[in-house]
Design a protein around this ligand. Structure first.
Ligand SMILES: [Zn+2]
Length: 400
């Protein structure tokens, strides 16, 4: 029988080593004895695995801990620059990918137009591009925890299946399974708004709020919901689909057939169309927002409408779910600090009127245009660090 090489791949996929790495990630530096207590793994096994992890360069001795007498025990620390994750943002006009270390530092990026949207062909090409990204990044394949994908649409996360994506024209595509077969790496798939919410959990503020909403705007509108640090997908993966709740009575007609939906007020294409109807002038996104910033009345009026719709939607979700913060993604979150502050003030006015004594902060997305992409990497880190979350990463764990 071929002797099993103790590659870092098998190491980071083994249950005990993963438990130790997770504990080090969560607690920071620990001694071997603390690791044994926290993981329930025997001290002898902890020592053996720690030595293997140190040999693989995944953990390092930070310092020697204080001792009550005798030899001072070594304080161990995970080397966050030695583990890597790939994130992919899949859209009909662009595929973007990034390879980062556990700190979220980009090692390599790539972006290209997908060409075909036919699932099999797209997945085959995607796998080749991911292989190339890994090669160009020159990282050890064994240091990769997995690949996360953010897709616009309804996703069955447990099965890694895109249930329906209007953006890609897909229905029932087993994306994770098809990619795993080609990459031989764990693959996780998530709705783009949910992924973007994870970008705030893993790479946003220094102390991210435990309960937050990420409002995805610009094209498709949706909300990623994080409650007690965990993504809330809903039992059918459809939580946060708030784009077509009619908000404004007798508001603008929406493509869904209703009036006054949030989506028609913040979808930039709809806003630009309305701008042309109002003024008889064409404007692209950049021109429109420049004119709005300069105070041009028609552009200002449309920005004001979007602000009102965003404020109402934010107030609804903030009251419904008692979150501490709302992050506005896309062009509206990036437009101007004053715009975001006005949404925040509007949300707070509603909350104050209800008599509830609490405050809700509203921010632009911390990672700007990278929210979905970094959220896709956060998806892998999140599942790796949350061993009991029911997702596909459980399937690839093995003991040795
Ligand atoms: Zn609608």
């Amino acid at each position: 029988m071929r002797r099993r090489r103790l590659s870092s791949t098998s190491l980071i996929r083994s249950y005990n080593a993963t438990s130790i790495l997770r504990t080090l990630h969560a607690k920071g530096a620990c001694t071997r004895a603390e690791l044994a207590r926290a993981t329930g793994i025997s001290p002898a096994t902890v020592s053996r695995i720690v030595n293997q992890l140190a040999e693989a360069g995944l953990i390092q001795v930070k310092a020697l801990a204080a001792s009550s007498g005798g030899r001072r025990p070594a304080l161990l620390e995970i080397d966050q620059t030695k583990l890597h994750v790939v994130g992919v943002e899949l859209r009909r006009d662009q595929v973007a990918m990034i390879l980062v270390n556990l700190r979220g530092e980009a090692i390599r990026r790539a972006a290209y137009p997908p060409g075909t949207l036919q699932p099999e062909a797209l997945v085959t090409h995607l796998a080749q591009r991911i292989h190339r990204l890994i090669e160009e990044a020159a990282v050890d394949r064994g240091s990769l925890l997995g690949v996360g994908l953010a897709v616009a649409g309804v996703v069955n996360r447990a099965e890694g299946r895109v249930v329906r994506s209007v953006n890609l024209g897909w229905a029932q595509v087993p994306l994770a399974a098809q990619l795993e077969e080609r990459l031989e790496l764990p693959v996780l798939v998530e709705n783009d708004a949910n992924a973007a919410a994870l970008s705030e959990v893993w790479f946003g503020q220094r102390h991210p709020p435990a309960n937050l909403i990420f409002l995805k705007t610009e094209a498709g509108v949706g909300a990623g919901i994080v409650l007690e640090h965990q993504l809330f997908n809903g039992p059918r993966g459809m939580a946060g689909e708030i784009g077509h709740i009619p908000l404004i009575p007798d508001g603008h007609p929406c493509r869904c057939g209703q009036r006054g939906c949030l989506e028609t007020y913040v979808n930039v294409r709809d806003v630009l169309k309305r701008y042309t109807e109002l003024t008889g002038r064409e404007a692209d996104q950049e021109t429109f927002f420049r004119r709005a910033a300069k105070g041009e009345p028609a552009a200002r009026a449309l920005v004001e409408e979007a602000r009102q719709a965003l404020t109402l939607a934010s107030a609804h979700v903030a009251l419904l779910l008692d979150v501490e913060a709302i992050f506005i993604g896309g062009v509206w979150g990036a437009f101007s600090p004053a715009f975001v502050q006005e949404v925040e003030a509007g949300v707070q006015r509603v909350i104050d009127q209800t008599g509830l004594e609490k405050s809700v902060r509203v921010h632009g997305a911390s990672l700007g245009a990278d929210a979905d992409l970094m959220g896709a990497t956060g998806l892998v880190i999140d599942s790796w660090l949350t061993p009991h979350a029911p997702d596909r990463s459980e399937l690839v764990r093995e003991s040795w």
